[in-house]
Design a protein around this ligand. Structure first.
Ligand SMILES: *Cc1c(COP(=O)(O)O)cnc(C)c1O
Length: 218
């Protein structure tokens, strides 16, 4: 199947309540343009400079979502245009995003990444840390950030029951925090290998790379 056919396939298959983020990291401009021509408007990248360069070259009605772990000194490359940062994993990063958003006279929508996997390699707040965050405080300290919801990655395993239970744990945290965070509406869970479990658990945004663009070399 071509990229165009895969985009159409996902658009038909996903429930209308679930947004498709086409994860285009490492993929060339031509592949993104092909997905765009098939109607796709939201793209996910994990490197700030790569996103900025693609932003320059592609149509301006694309929504660019940052999904990868960010170093603070890279925030400035995407602050003028990024639509949503999924991967906010520390208060120090919030501080930098707030500062760069203010310099660009905008507010930047962000998701708090929560560590739900049973692995050593993933970033994010612990569930306990997340429960301890106070909306009144955060919104006072970081007035240029809109707290839109949560993002998480399940353990990389074939055990679908485990994946589903990790997603459900995050969905529960999302419901709990939603009562305090007035702009919470996004639960970003699910990738090519586990988006079905994520949708069953209540995902609103799936981040699909290889199932749309093919396998990555890097
Ligand atoms: C690369 C990536 C994805 C997409 O992964 P696929 O397995 O190619 O669908 C989703 N989320 C994050 C955070 C990623 O880094």
């Amino acid at each position: 199947m071509s990229v165009k056919e895969k985009i159409q396939h996902f658009k038909q298959q996903l429930p209308s309540s679930v947004q498709l983020i086409a994860v285009s990291k490492t993929k060339p401009i031509e592949a993104i343009q092909e997905a765009y021509d098939a109607g796709q408007r939201i793209f996910g990248e994990n490197k700030a400079q790569e996103m900025a360069s693609k932003y320059e070259q592609l149509p301006k009605d694309i929504e660019w979502h940052m999904i990868g772990h960010m170093q603070r000194n890279k925030v400035r490359y995407i602050a003028p245009f990024v639509s949503l940062i999924h991967s906010v994993d520390s208060e120090r990063l919030l501080e930098e995003i707030n500062k760069r958003a203010a310099q660009n006279q905008r507010k930047i929508p962000c998701l708090l990444q929560v560590y739900i996997a049973n692995e050593e390699t993933k970033f994010g707040f612990d569930p306990e840390e997340l429960m301890a965050l106070n909306y009144q405080e955060l919104s006072t300290i970081y007035p240029h950030i809109i707290f839109k919801g949560l993002m998480g990655m399940a353990t990389n395993t074939d055990n679908t029951a485990q994946v589903k239970s990790e997603f459900l744990q995050l969905a529960q945290l999302f419901e709990k925090r939603k009562s305090e965070f007035p702009d919470f509406e996004i639960l970003s869970i699910g990738m090519s290998s586990d988006y079905q479990q994520a949708i069953e658990a209540g995902s609103t945004h799936v981040r699909i790379g290889s199932a749309v663009f093919g396998a990555r070399n890097i």
